[in-house]
Write a protein that binds this ligand. Structure first.
Ligand SMILES: Cc1ncc(COP(=O)(O)O)c(C=O)c1O
Length: 427
């Protein structure tokens, strides 16, 4: 008797961010190649969102698959508190070389949420370790999303996703985010107002300010200008607090340069990474800190050490995937694809139908608003269905439709996606 995957799933699997009572049955995917996913029904679907923003170079990329297979045959896992291994040491060094300034100490974890939790705990303990235990306040931005663990939820409390646990979240002050778009006449005024709020909030009791640099992802692909982040960094550093960049989504080329801090020309103190870290192959996170931050944890007994970790910290398979993915990312072919996608987005955003508003773009991420509606609303469902009819995968965030494809997406396919967007906005 052949196995009925849909039936097994229906009876036993609990899917994320899904109301199973009215969501369509999940499609069974059997394989992927390039930007295409192949379903059990034999259909090919164009992945325009890099499968929740993780995939960089295409599905089942043979170079990364080969690196993971070779590592699996050698060493799959080892406790990372007492041992190290070549893939972890090499990946840490590679990340440090790509990130600006002295961001060169890497703490590995499991995903984006844990990369943020580690960053948050490091920032708070840092001030305790240097004798400034009074710095406990945390500042974040309106619409920011940093993950689903309790610390990350607290930082992202304004995202609108966490009502069920609102009473459990710890205090985080939320500042306005100066979201902007093409030809926005009020961008400067919004930035000035946001900076004034930042200045009012900053004082010697603030430990850290966290921001998704240039693009807030889950909050609706809300974008800000580099100048805002530069001004923010100046003020945060002047008051002696730490600036945390949550680059879980913006990292690994999405904004053009390898990291948004480079695109924005800003030196953060802590950078949280995940998603594209392994090219979309394995779950893994990394929190990268400046030498001065790490130094505060060196010496003075076990209590000054960072007593935090996960069973799979620095999993060798994830590190091997990360190394292979970074090799591809920094190669000339991938850099050319990133530039080509950014140029194509720019060209198509310049010629949108009237039904699409607030066109915005940062590197390979492009977004527009079509109609009205919140997360999981009917407008989003209709847009998603419209694209699915064209064998394309999108996940609108409320009224926001965005493209963030794997870098290998063929130019013709990306043009087709924009044609479907134009049809959806014009209809
Ligand atoms: C900016 C940002 N931070 C953190 C996270 C959480 O990452 P994960 O889902 O891997 O825990 C996400 C996930 O979408 C994100 O976009």
């Amino acid at each position: 008797m052949s196995e009925d995957i849909e039936d097994l799933d229906r009876r036993h699997v609990w899917h994320p961010f899904t109301q199973s009572a009215d969501a369509p049955a999940p499609e069974v995917v059997v394989s992927g190649r390039g930007a295409l996913l192949r379903t059990a029904a034999g259909e090919e679907i164009l992945d325009l969102i890099s499968s929740w923003w993780v995939n960089l170079h295409g599905h089942a990329h043979p170079v990364i698959a080969g690196a993971v297979a070779a590592q699996a045959a050698m060493l799959e896992q080892v406790v990372f508190a007492e041992f190290t291994h070549a893939p972890a040491a090499r990946l840490a060094a590679r990340l440090a070389a790509l990130l600006p300034g002295d961001l060169d100490r890497v703490f590995f974890s499991d995903d984006g949420s844990t990369a943020v939790e580690a960053g948050l705990k490091i920032a708070l303990q840092y001030f305790g370790n240097i004798g400034q235990a009074g710095r406990r306040r945390l500042l974040a931005f309106d619409g920011g999303y940093h993950g689903d663990t309790v610390g990350a939820m607290s930082l992202g409390r304004s995202s609108g996703y966490f009502q069920a646990w609102d009473d459990l979240l710890f205090p985080v002050e939320v500042l306005p985010f100066p979201a902007t778009w093409r030809d926005d006449p009020e961008a400067g005024a919004r930035e000035a107002a946001a900076l004034a709020d930042v200045e009012r909030a900053l004082d010697g009791t603030v430990a850290a300010v966290i921001v998704e640099p240039l693009v807030q992802g889950a909050g609706g692909m809300r974008m800000c200008r580099p100048a805002f982040l530069q001004a923010l960094a100046e003020r945060v550093h002047a008051c002696g607090a730490l600036l945390i960049f949550d680059e879980v989504m913006t990292g690994f080329g999405r904004t053009g340069a390898p990291f948004a801090c480079l695109t924005a020309g800003v030196q953060p103190d802590i950078v949280c990474l995940s998603k594209g870290l392994t090219g979309g192959f394995l779950p893994m996170g990394a929190t990268v800190v400046r030498q001065s931050v790490h130094q505060a944890f060196v010496g003075g007994g076990i209590k000054r050490a960072f007593l935090h970790g996960h069973s799979y910290t620095a999993n060798p398979l994830g590190c091997a995937a990360g190394l292979a993915s970074l090799e591809l990312l920094t190669g000339a072919d991938c850099q050319a694809r990133i530039a080509a996608i950014a140029a194509l987005h720019g060209q198509r955003l310049a010629a949108l139908p009237a039904g699409a508003s607030r066109p915005r773009q940062t590197g390979t991420i492009a977004a527009v608003d079509i109609g009205e509606g919140g997360y999981g609303g009917t407008a989003a469902a209709a847009l998603k269905a419209f694209f699915r009819d064209h064998r394309m995968l999108v996940r609108p965030l409320g009224a926001t439709l965005y493209f963030m494809p794997p870098y290998c997406i063929p130019t013709d396919d990306l043009h087709r996606a924009w044609d479907v967007l134009a049809a959806a906005a014009g209809s």
